[in-house]
Design a protein around this ligand. Structure first.
Ligand code: SAM
Length: 383
């Protein structure tokens, strides 16, 4: 429902109605009468949003009785939009997605949404929350515009930010009241346990991963810590995993569509699994003619593994099989190299690189600038 309290707000209301056409909100004019506005908002059902095009003073007068009388308390998401469309303010209804709605309206009006919460958030008959929240978030590969809005909101809300120093720096600038607990990349389980300890004390905790937190990253460590929890209060923590764009997706998008057909992702790191297992998986992936995305392909401590992996794959795939190397994708030093299985050299690859090895069907298209697109068609030839 879009409630307009003045003639001046009518065109803004119409623009919002167009932007939200998929939910067909009706426009209800109430005039600047706060009693009529309050009564109109009272008709909203729990999950129905109220968008008030008007001024803050009229809305606050309408909401005031509902602050003191529990019987009248509003449980709907409420967004205030000023009549000129210059300000979009999320007022109440966090749990029902008011922030996302405010952002959608703000985007349609070409402005930024802000948040104001004069109305205490009411949770029906729920006991006061004694435990906190633990969100495991994926930053995406690095470009700020590739970070999901939900992840950004979570970072804004966080009291404690836990993660590998490099990723915490990528996550942005934090306020002085936010506590940064960054550490070495290797102590994943310790980080996960610390996160649960803090959340169990009632803190809002964010654990930061690059890319997607569920792809060779912190979400699994957090799950494992919970699985092995000795402290039962960890199970009461509100736990959320917020996805991000994984490196394979980012490199694929930058180079065309190499993952357009069946593919697999493998980590070449033998820190957490035996090399023999990695070799077996490479062999089966090659036999299955899957496009292969290789994470953790090489590092100073693991200099020979990629060379061996490539040798193994060369037994199964044509020398001219397209290979994409994406380094620092989404960051200022981004580099995309398209080469072949025959031509690729381990020295071209480091820990900041994601390697995509094409299947028998993966192809190249010359671009006007002399570089190549790479893609794998959606279909596969029959027997
Ligand atoms: C521990 S894994 C983390 C993967 C991450 N969770 C994801 O979903 O992208 C680290 C590996 O991901 C790849 N990677 C991560 N970010 C990258 C980027 N921006 N550009 C290229 N490769 C990246 C590299 O292969 C790196 O060695």
């Amino acid at each position: 429902m879009i409630v307009v309290t003045s003639i001046a707000g009518q065109s803004t209301a119409a623009r919002i109605q167009t932007a939200l056409a998929d939910t067909c909100p009706e426009i209800i004019p109430t005039g600047a009468d706060s009693v009529a506005l309050g009564q109109t908002l009272q008709t909203l059902t729990h999950d129905q949003a109220g968008i008030v095009v008007g001024t803050l003073d009229v809305l606050l007068s309408a909401l005031a009785p509902r602050l003191v009388d529990p019987a009248q308390r509003l449980r709907s998401p409420i967004v205030l939009v000023t009549p000129d469309g210059a300000s979009v303010i999320a007022i109440s209804g966090v749990a029902q997605g008011v922030d996302a709605l405010a952002r959608q309206i703000a985007t349609a009006l070409g402005v930024r949404a802000v948040t104001l919460r004069p109305v205490p958030e009411h949770v029906d008959a729920a006991p006061a929350r004694t435990t906190g929240r633990l969100a495991v978030i994926g930053l995406g590969p690095g470009a700020p515009e590739w970070m999901a809005p939900a992840v950004r909101d979570e970072l804004t809300r966080a009291q404690d930010i836990i993660g590998y120093t490099t990723y915490v720096r990528l996550a942005g600038i934090f306020r002085p009241d936010q506590r940064i607990l960054d550490s070495d990349n290797r102590c994943e389980l310790e980080r996960a346990r610390l996160a649960f300890e803090l959340a169990a004390q009632g803190r809002q905790v964010v654990v930061v991963s690059s890319g997607d937190p569920g792809v060779f990253a912190m979400a699994a460590a957090v799950m494992e810590a919970l699985d092995c929890a000795t402290n039962s209060s960890w199970h009461s923590v509100e736990l959320a995993i917020l996805p991000g764009i994984s490196a394979a997706q980012a490199v694929a998008a930058k180079s065309g569509a190499p993952l357009g057909h069946d593919f697999c992702v493998l980590s070449l790191s033998d820190n957490l699994k035996p090399w023999s297992q990695i070799e077996r998986r490479l062999e089966y992936a090659a036999l299955a003619d899957l496009v292969i995305a290789l994470y953790n392909p090489s590092s100073k401590a693991r200099p020979w593994q990629l060379g061996q992996a490539l040798e193994r794959l060369r037994h199964h795939r044509r020398p001219e099989t397209p290979v994409v190397l994406g380094r620092d994708v989404g960051r200022s030093a981004e580099q995309i190299t398209v080469t072949t299985l025959d031509g690729v050299r381990p020295e071209q690859v480091d820990m900041r690189t994601l390697v995509i090895i094409g299947s028998s069907q993966t192809r190249r298209i010359r671009r006007p600038d002399g570089t190549d697109w790479v893609y794998t068609p959606r279909w596969y030839p029959g027997d």
